[in-house]
Design a protein around this ligand. Structure first.
Ligand SMILES: [Zn+2]
Length: 284
């Protein structure tokens, strides 16, 4: 599932492909992609408009067109692909295509069809409840560190659940949380309020370092997500149970924390004395 690094790579690709380009035609291949407008309304609204910017907010991509913003959440398997008109008809798993004035075509592919697209007036993006409820962006917002410290002080949930909660800090998912906690030397099931100031600070420092590394390590024109055919696992622990820890050689372990499979090293990330109180709130 794409998390902040993968969404950032898509946003950077889209910036190159879309900005300055006019939409000759928008085709919604799968109408369930669009909420709450109809496919016809979205197609008509985009026709003839020009893209003037692409930004990322947590796991959302915002494509700005004149006075409208196209907001996209990739969810499980969504990805943007660039090809040309000559590449033939857009077949499954394409859900939306944008034919541009330079003869290129940008497609939104989404095998599992959980991705969603919203159209909002420019400047009214935060009226969308999905964006309004987001915490500070894990990569861009300087107050993310403070938000994390504050949330840690008052929560008995596991630190992993807290990192994945999009209301606390936006953009971190299951893979990023495991890798960040490994870099910080903190066990994922540690109750957040048991963390000392040093540990919280190590996590806060590890967040942008890991995210920047993961963006760099995976940047390419067509992203293949872990679990898909041809995917390359660039991560230190994720899906590597039984393999030696890259820092100390101890076999990597897998357990379930905050309802999701997680990976950790028993030497680098000692188990906490107390159990967290996960399950009262869902992790985003
Ligand atoms: Zn280790």
């Amino acid at each position: 599932m794409p998390e902040l690094p993968e969404v950032e790579i898509h946003a950077r690709n889209l910036r190159r492909w879309l900005v300055g380009r006019r939409v000759e035609q928008c085709q919604v291949v799968d109408s369930s992609l669009v909420v709450p407008e109809t496919a016809g309304e979205l197609q008509a609204a985009l026709q003839g408009r020009r893209f003037d910017g692409v930004i990322r907010r947590a796991k959302y991509v915002l494509c700005c067109l004149d006075d409208l913003t196209l907001v996209v959440h990739l969810r499980m398997t969504g990805r943007f692909v660039l090809d040309s008109y000559a590449a033939g008809p857009a077949t499954r798993p394409t859900r939306l295509t944008l034919l541009l004035d330079n003869g290129t075509r940008v497609r939104f592919e989404d095998r599992r069809r959980f991705g969603r697209v919203w159209l909002v007036p420019a400047g009214k993006e935060t009226e969308l409840s999905e964006l309004r409820s987001l915490g500070p962006d894990a990569l861009l917002d300087l107050d993310g560190h403070g938000a994390l410290e504050k949330a840690c002080r008052v929560s008995r949930r596991s630190v992993k659940a807290l990192l994945m909660d999009q209301h606390v800090i936006g953009g971190i998912g299951n893979i990023c949380a495991a890798e960040i906690l490994f870099r910080a030397g903190v066990h994922p099931a540690t109750p957040a309020s048991d963390l000392d100031a040093c540990s919280v600070s190590r996590i806060a420092r590890a967040i942008p370092r890991f995210l920047e590394w993961a963006i760099e390590a995976q940047s390419r024109k067509e992203l293949i997500y872990l679990g898909e055919k041809g995917a390359e696992n660039v991560f230190s622990l994720y899906r590597r149970a039984g393999e030696p820890c890259p820092a100390c050689g101890t076999p990597i372990r897998r357990t379930v924390v905050a309802g999701r499979g997680t990976y950790w090293c028993a030497t680098c990330q000692p188990e906490p004395a107390a159990a967290p109180t996960d399950g009262r709130r869902s992790a985003g």
